[in-house]
Ligand binder design. Structure first.
Ligand code: SF4
Length: 377
């Protein structure tokens, strides 16, 4: 683990299996499997690859009962600390918690099921499941899926919405007497990640923070965006565990870990890179996970980058996402958004959905739309 010379925020210690987060522990490095969780062989193999590359914690997503059932077998095949991402299915917590060390829930996804049950009740149930199984929790707030009431309350301040949501969930967990939690506030814009984490840390310097720039995208920009955020936060003592989210083919997923460790080492040694301004064409893409609906996703993201190079000087954001679950929401802030289905790619311009196109057709249509956008003076 890296050790940082910079003074750290006095966060309390949270334990996730053998890993200690906060409380002065070295900043830990996480990554996430992009395999289908129900594929025990592939997921256990990737978890081990990530561990061998230096990951302290490895996250897997569970979307359904088959994924949840696979957890017991995956647990048997790797010693790395495991984290489950509950996505929309918080009810799966009970079946996976005995096999993992930490559960991540997204406050913005809690309203999807059991609409009549209060958020407080749901969080109380999650805290109870976590406590019974000696698991930590992560309150994972994400720009693309903030709970609707916060979006309504902060229509012009997406960072304010994220911070308020995180603070409310901390208050809920504190009230429930559950202290073993960390918080993350992620956005695809490194500036917003910095702002959100500084605002949160000012009010709750005791809560350990998991840092990440979501959908940072392809190398090298994915690393640069993440570096910007981590340099600004960790050098101020903010951040206890990190994940670098890169769009990489499955056999190179471990590079998320080596990039994360390199950034930490550079910050520790005082090597700050000059940061290029993020003006111009900005391509964001998700790091992929078990939900990716077509293996052509990474290739699609790369083709989008190649195709759009001619527009490098224009301030346009293009988002490329791997699935239909998070794709529509996570592309909301982009000028052009693409998200994968099994056989087609969905395309939208701003909030207007333009339709679903074959993988071999979508790039032509994307180019037409991009030309229209940059033609506007
Ligand atoms: S957009 Fe979909 S495929 Fe990509 S990381 Fe998010 S959930 Fe996974």
């Amino acid at each position: 683990m890296a050790s940082l010379a910079a003074p750290r925020n006095p966060t309390r210690e949270v334990r996730a299996g053998p890993v200690r987060i906060g409380g002065g522990s070295p900043v830990s490095v996480q990554s996430m499997c992009a395999t289908r969780t129900r594929d025990v062989d592939a997921t256990a193999r990737q978890a081990e690859q990530l561990r061998a590359a230096g990951a302290d914690l490895v996250r897997v997503a569970v979307d359904n009962k088959r994924d949840a059932q696979a957890l017991a077998a995956i647990r048997e095949r790797t010693d790395v600390a495991l984290v489950v991402d509950l996505q929309e299915h918080y009810r799966l917590a009970e079946s996976v918690a005995p096999h993992v060390d930490k559960l991540r829930y997204n406050p913005g996804h809690l309203h999807h099921h059991e609409r009549k049950r209060s958020i407080r009740d749901k969080v109380a149930w999650l805290a109870e499941v976590a406590a019974t199984n000696d698991c930590a929790l992560r309150v994972g707030v994400n720009c693309g899926s903030v709970a609707p009431e916060y979006d309504e309350k902060f229509p012009e301040d997406s960072v304010g919405a994220m911070v308020a949501c995180a603070l409310d969930h901390c208050a809920l967990l504190d009230d429930l007497g559950f202290a073993s939690y960390v918080v993350s506030l992620k956005d695809s814009d490194p500036g917003k990640v910095i702002d959100a984490n500084l605002r949160f840390a000012e009010q709750r310097p005791d809560v350990p923070l998991h840092l990440g720039v979501t959908e940072a995208g392809l190398l090298p920009m994915g690393e640069i965006k993440t570096r910007i955020a981590f340099e600004q936060l960790i050098s101020r003592g903010v951040g206890d565990t990190i994940r670098v989210s890169l769009t990489l083919p499955n056999d190179r997923k471990h590079e998320e870990v080596s990039v994360g460790r390199a950034i930490l080492e550079d910050i520790r040694a005082g090597r700050f890179r000059s940061v290029p301004p993020l003006a111009g064409l900005n391509i964001i893409s998700c790091p992929s996970c078990s939900r990716v609906e077509n293996d052509a996703f990474v290739e699609l993201a790369e083709k989008v980058r190649e195709l759009t190079r001619y527009a490098a000087e224009h301030d346009v954001t293009i988002a490329v996402m791997g699935c239909r679950v998070n794709g529509p929401g996570e592309t909301d802030d982009a000028d052009l958004g693409l998200w994968c289905g099994p056989r087609t790619v969905n395309l939208k311009r701003g909030t207007e959905r333009l339709g679903a196109f074959g993988y071999d057709e979508v790039l032509d249509r994307l180019r037409q739309e991009l030309d229209r956008i940059i033609a506007v003076p």
